[in-house]
Every structure is written in structure tokens, then in C-alpha cells.
Design a protein around this ligand. Sequence first.
Ligand code: FES
Length: 122
Amino acid sequence: MYDRAELRATSAAPADDLAYLPVAKTRDVKPGQLKGVRARGGYEFVIANVDERYYAFDAYCPHNNWPLKWGAIDRGTLVCGLHLWRFDLETGRVLDPPMADCLGAYPVKIENDTILVGVRPK
Ligand code: FES
């Protein structure tokens, strides 16, 4: 497993401090789809494809750990399928309800049709 708090810090880390892990092929995450993925090292993410742009977040909702792969993408937000909390797709910031926990968001690169997610090396 990984330290969730440590992973959350990756969004602010300089890009060259990150290790990019392959998580899926682009063809495996269709437009409008959320897909749960695992990477070496025990990392788990949910990948969102919005108009061929890919986003990576913590795999589980910060509210009650519901798998976000069972959520939805709606108007620029990722919506948890259990209690319908909404997170900004660009930042992972919680939008509704206000003042709740945010979602860890990670940088994504595409290389040769492979989706790579940036994490701080352990
Ligand atoms: S578990 Fe996601 S909103 Fe409650």
C-alpha cells in the first residue's frame, strides 16, 4: 500500500521530482469513462477520460472510501456514486458539499498510447 497523505502532495511537486507510472492504454479508457487502475508499488487510481483528455485521482472517495470508478463525470466534475459529492476535474477540489475533504489529483502524461501517472517516488 501507499501513504495517501504522501501521494496528495504530488500535485504541487515539480514535474521532474515525479516518477511516472504506466497505468493503462488510452484505448482502455473510453471518452466519458472512469476506470479504476493499479500500478506497480500498490498504487491505485481512477482515470477519467473527458474528450480525450485524461485525469488521475485517488481511487477511493475521501468521504467513505467508495470506489470512484463507480462514479460519473458530469459538467467538469467527478461525482462519487455513493453520496454524490462532486470534485473538480482539474484539481480534485471538493465542490459539493463545501468544506469537505478534497480528492488527491495527479499529473498525467501520454506516451505511445500509454497513460502515465506522476507520483512522488517512495
Ligand atoms: S463515499 Fe463518496 S460521497 Fe460518500
